[in-house]
Structure formats: structure tokens, C-alpha cells
Design a protein around this ligand. Structure first.
Ligand code: AP5
Ligand code: MG
Length: 220
């Protein structure tokens, strides 16, 4: 199974990708998580990405494409995966097409998680994230509270609020999404891979809709 989750910031890509990865054994591949790890470790990639991320802009295509290419071309390349936050524009989608074709891998489905902007602002202001790179669990003060406030249920690490979850940066991230996603959706629509799943409501019900879409998508 190979799928891409597309959606505005806060639409639940990370939440759903985590469930898909745990339950279906897919590699969860989030460019946002990889870049945040790079920033935490102060690598050269992290130093390049940080100003873009802090301002809610996309980091340059070349940087993320290199990260993804490296993962698919290196040893232990994934066969089954869920891509979360990549690709984000047409140029990235075309780069991914080339990498997958080179590796002889076909996508099964591209899921658009649709959520309105006002709900997103409400969600991101109350999101809590686990910084442990082996965990990355995501919580919400009201919709998915941790059992002990401020502490990850799974690995007991202290939770934090992301630097880009400030109201002005959330607005910028939404604006960037609206500027780039049309071309991306058209690209996957033409390939007959795109399915829209409403991203509002119960997390488990959304998960069930995504797995239904997986069944309905093009299977190799
Ligand atoms: P990235 O980390 O990908 O962030 P994003 O796309 O803005 O999305 P989020 O991670 O904020 O939200 P999500 O959809 O994962 O939602 P979540 O599950 O956490 O990217 C960050 C930055 O990195 C970008 O701005 C860019 O700078 C850079 N970047 C990354 N990839 C890039 C690329 N390919 N190219 C260029 N730059 C790139 O859920 C949100 C909250 O809602 C949580 O609190 C959760 O508990 C809650 N929630 C989830 N589902 C529900 C529900 N159904 N009901 C109520 N609450 C819910
Ligand atoms: Mg995420």
C-alpha cells in the first residue's frame, strides 16, 4: 500500500498517517517531521529550512526533493508507505513521479483531507506534539487530550507546541496551501488517484473513510 495524504495545515495528516503506519505497517514519511528533527539537531539542512518554516513558507523544493530521493534510493528503501506533507506543489509531485518510476513503485491512492480554515485555526492553537523522533504522537487539548497533561501517553516525553503554530504563521501556512494545492490536485486527478475525504469529525471515522478509499483506489 502506497498513499499520499494531502491537506491544509492541521487537517489531521500526521494523526491519520500515524494510525495507518501503526495498523497497516506502512512507513510514515513526514517531510515536516524530518525537517523539525534536522532543526533540532542543527544540521545544515535544518539551518537552511528553519527561516522558511518559522515564517510558514515552503522550504525550497530542491531541499525536500533531495531528502525524499535519498530515502527512496538508499538502502532499506520503503515498499509500503504513507507520505504526509509531501509533495506540496506540482514540481515536487513531478519529482516524486520520477523517483517512484525509477524504483518501479506505483501509488495506490492520494487522499485529500478537506477541512475548513476556521476549524484549522482552532485545532492548531491547541495542538501538543511529542518531540521524540521515534514517537511523534500528536495531541489536542480538547479533541485528543493526553492522559497526563503535558506528557506523551506512548513514551512519557514532555509535549511541546510547535514554533509555527502561532496565529500569524498559521494564516501564512493556510495562504501557501491555497496557492499551491490546485495544481497538485489536478495532477493526481489526471492520474485517477485522487479521493477526497472530509477531515472533520471523529478521528476513527476519518480513519475508516481513508481505509475505504484505499480499497477503492487503483491497486497494482
Ligand atoms: P508540516 O509539518 O507538514 O505541517 P502542515 O502541513 O502545516 O500540517 P500540520 O503538521 O500542522 O498538521 P497535520 O495535517 O499533520 O495535522 P495533525 O494531525 O497534527 O510542515 C511544516 C512546515 O515544514 C511547512 O510549513 C514547510 O515550511 C515545511 N515543509 C514540510 N514539508 C514540506 C514540503 N514538502 N515542501 C516544502 N516545505 C515543507 O492535527 C492537528 C491538530 O488537530 C492536532 O492537535 C490533532 O490532535 C487535532 N486533530 C486531528 N484530527 C482531528 C479531528 N478529526 N478532529 C479534531 N481534532 C483533530
Ligand atoms: Mg503534521
Amino acid at each position: 500500500m502506497r498513499l499520499i495524504l494531502i491537506g491544509p495545515p492541521g487537517s489531521g495528516k500526521g494523526t491519520q498517517a500515524k494510525l495507518l503506519s501503526q495498523r497497516l505497517g506502512l512507513l510514515h514519511f513526514s517531510t515536516g517531521d524530518i525537517l523539525r528533527d534536522a532543526i533540532a539537531k542543527d544540521t545544515s539542512e535544518g539551518r537552511k529550512a528553519r527561516p522558511f518554516m518559522a515564517n510558514g513558507q515552503l522550504v525550497p523544493d530542491a531541499l525536500v526533493n533531495d531528502i525524499v530521493n535519498g530515502r527512496f534510493q538508499g538502502a532499506g528503501k520503503p515498499q509500503k508507505f504513507v507520505l504526509d506533507g509531501y509533495p506540496r506543489n506540482l514540481a515536487q509531485a513531478q519529482a516524486l513521479d520520477s523517483v517512484l518510476a525509477e524504483q518501479g513503485l506505483l501509488l495506490d491512492v492520494v487522499v485529500l483531507l478537506s477541512v475548513e480554515d476556521d476549524e484549522i485555526v482552532r485545532r492548531l492553537g491547541n495542538r501538543w506534539t511529542c518531540p521524540n523522533s521515534a514517537c511523534k504522537a500528536v495531541y489536542h487539548t480538547f479533541f485528543k487530550p493526553a492522559k497526563i497533561e503535558g506528557q506523551c501517553d506512548l513514551c512519557q516525553t514532555s509535549l511541546y507546541q510547535r514554533e509555527d503554530d502561532k496565529p500569524a504563521t498559521i494564516r501564512k501556512r493556510l495562504q501557501v496551501f491555497h496557492q499551491t494545492y490546485d495544481d497538485l490536485l489536478r495532477h493526481y486527478q489526471k492520474q485517477g488517484l485522487l479521493i477526497e475525504v472530509p477531515g472533520r469529525g471523529d478521528i476513527e471515522a476519518i480513519y475508516a473513510d481513508i481505509t475505504k478509499a484505499l480499497g477503492a483506489g487503483k491497486m497494482p
